[in-house]
Design a protein around this ligand. Structure first.
Ligand code: UDP
Length: 538
């Protein structure tokens, strides 16, 4: 590995001098340990102590300067999983003068991204927790380019999907274990520590039952941009649209099996008049699977990590997720959430086995594969009789593991029925979208005028101009929402209007001040911002 590091030559004496004179510099983004990523110059790592080291000199910088709050509970999360106590990052401090008593530093010349992978043996975790956050952390900081190097500090081996991590930069990622071979004191010339969480959409249930994150900040556009980057790295040209339509069945071969795959394939082929192809992680290369998925009209699979690859489906395709007996699809939605992100443009279908006769359970397997014979007889009986796993926390709930590792005989007709209830057009067909999710700007130049006619009816006329961006857009349906609020009251009258003027006469009183709020709405759902409030006196 050491020859790897020396690809970029550095002047050792100059680097050492800079470290001793300037010490470590740190400037971070983020207010809390859970949203922080830090940029360092001359951050060091002692492979003996297994600690990062911040060297103080007259020129060192530490922003934020948290004092002992740096330990409450940590400076930042090294993985994209929120506030997990096994993923905390911190450093120990030393005066730069201590360097003269320490092992000669070995400098890392590459720009480094230092982080933890969360669960590198599980494909969902690889994509959701690591690859997408790595990709977008690199987008956030321009010096994290393809020539930067990833450092995985969680302490695991390469794991089953190391080739995917290698796609993220041109340099071989290094594992914590390998750092020992490089030297006793490593000093990163320039490094970033931590990962953005802005692209994650799911929380795994460490503190509350699993579900979509409360405040999702990623759209299908960013997921697809990342997916295209991966396709490019794998030399897969997207959308070979000329080829024939087909359905991909993504099967698992070790556990959570579909026991009547042949029957299922036949039924799907017949119903949708399409070819069907079966793939599995065991029997196909990652590149082949992604190539097949990227042109498929439908992806059918048991619930499981392999379904994260639905991000490679073309727009308009369908995702059909199958759940074993006793597992409520609404409680386990990482793939539903992904498929239904705005801009993914996938149709999502969940099917659950409701027939206890069609499930094959394995109470005698080891607990991590869903076995329950280590439990008391009463608890075993309760689990066997239960029709649905109650909501639970991650990760070792025996009833959950028991149910999720069942095999299933899929009732083909009930499956086809639920697919048909969602997928109305030909699978893979994309409905023409109008304005693709662009929001209106504020309405402009709004004015109001009061009038009291002879009949002593007080009226309020309000006019406004279209939002500035509308003249550049083709929008099918443009409406305006107007709220009229009597000053001092906390209720208002809402109106939905089609034109840029309206005269209000209902409930308009003389000698009264009204506040008028106006916003534009595109295609019924895209609500723009309210313009500055209009103050109108009658
Ligand atoms: N896996 C697989 N075939 C199998 C069982 C598992 O390819 O028969 C993969 C699965 O896609 C995931 C990893 O092995 O990437 C771990 O699977 P596990 O059942 O632990 O997790 P889950 O799929 O439920 O997230």
């Amino acid at each position: 590995q050491s020859q790897e590091l020396s690809q970029v030559r550095i002047d050792y004496q100059a680097a050492l001098y800079a470290l001793v004179e300037d010490g470590t510099k740190m400037v971070c983004t983020g207010k809390m340990h859970t949203d922080r990523v830090c940029r360092f110059e001359s951050l060091c790592y002692s492979t003996e102590a297994e600690e990062f080291v911040f060297f103080h000199s007259n020129s060192s910088i530490m922003l934020p300067s948290l004092g002992s709050r740096r330990f409450q509970p940590a400076l930042l999360d090294l993985s994209s999983v929120d506030d997990h106590n096994t993923q905390y990052f911190n450093f120990v401090e030393l005066p730069a003068a201590a360097l003269q008593f320490m092992a000669k530093p070995v400098f890392v010349p590459d720009v480094a991204l230092i982080m933890n992978r969360f669960n590198p043996d599980n494909l969902m975790h690889v994509f959701h927790d690591d690859l997408l956050p790595i990709f977008y952390t690199m987008q956030q900081f321009p010096d994290l380019d393809l020539d930067s190097r990833l450092f995985f500090m969680e302490g695991w081996g390469e794991g089953s999907h190391f080739d995917l991590y290698k796609l993220m930069s041109n340099k071989q990622p290094l594992l914590k274990e390998q750092l020992k071979n490089l030297g006793r004191l490593l000093c990163f010339t320039r490094s970033y520590v931590g990962l953005t969480k802005i692209t994650t959409w799911y929380q795994y249930g460490f503190v509350q039952p699993q579900g979509p994150k409360a405040n999702i900040l990623v759209s299908g556009n960013e997921i697809r941009h990342f997916a295209n980057f991966v396709l490019g790295k794998l030399n897969i040209s997207s959308a070979e649209s000329s080829s024939e339509d087909y359905i991909v069945l993504f099967s698992r071969t070790m556990n959570r099996l579909i026991v009547n795959e042949a029957e299922l394939l036949l039924a799907l082929a017949q119903e949708f008049q399409m070819k069907t192809i079966t793939v599995s992680l065991e029997d196909h290369s990652f590149g082949d699977i992604v190539r097949l998925i990227s042109n498929a009209s439908m992806l059918v699979s048991m619930h499981g990590a392999q379904l994260v690859l639905s991000m490679f489906l073309p727009k308009g395709a369908s995702v059909v997720e199958l759940f074993p007996y006793g597992v409520n699809p609404d409680h386990y939605t990482p793939y539903k959430t992904l498929a239904t992100l705005p801009g993914m443009e996938l149709q999502y279908v969940a099917w659950q086995n409701k027939e206890v006769a069609n499930t094959i359970a394995y109470p005698e397997r080891p607990w991590e594969q869903g076995g329950i014979i280590h439990l008391g007889a009463g608890e075993q009986e309760r689990i066997m009789k239960s029709k649905e796993v109650p909501r639970h926390l991650c990760c070792r709930n025996p009833e959950w593991l028991f149910r999720i590792y069942q095999d299933t005989k899929v009732d083909v007709s009930s499956l086809i029925q639920v697919i048909r209830s969602v997928v109305k057009t030909k699978p893979g067909f994309r409905k023409q979208k109008w304005a693709n999710g662009l929001y209106p700007g504020k309405v402009r130049e709004s004015r109001c005028q009061a009038s009291s006619s002879e009949a002593s009816v007080t009226k309020l006329s309000v006019t406004w101009h279209i939002p500035w961006n509308l003249k550049y857009l083709k929008v099918r349906d443009v409406k305006y929402e107007v709220w009229i609020q009597e000053q001092g009251e906390n209720t208002y009258m809402p109106y939905i209007l089609s034109y840029q003027n309206h005269t209000f006469s209902e409930n308009i009183k003389p000698s009264t001040t009204y506040l008028v709020w106006i916003r534009c709405i595109f295609n019924k759902t895209l609500l723009g911002p309210f313009a500055e409030v209009l103050v109108c006196k009658t």
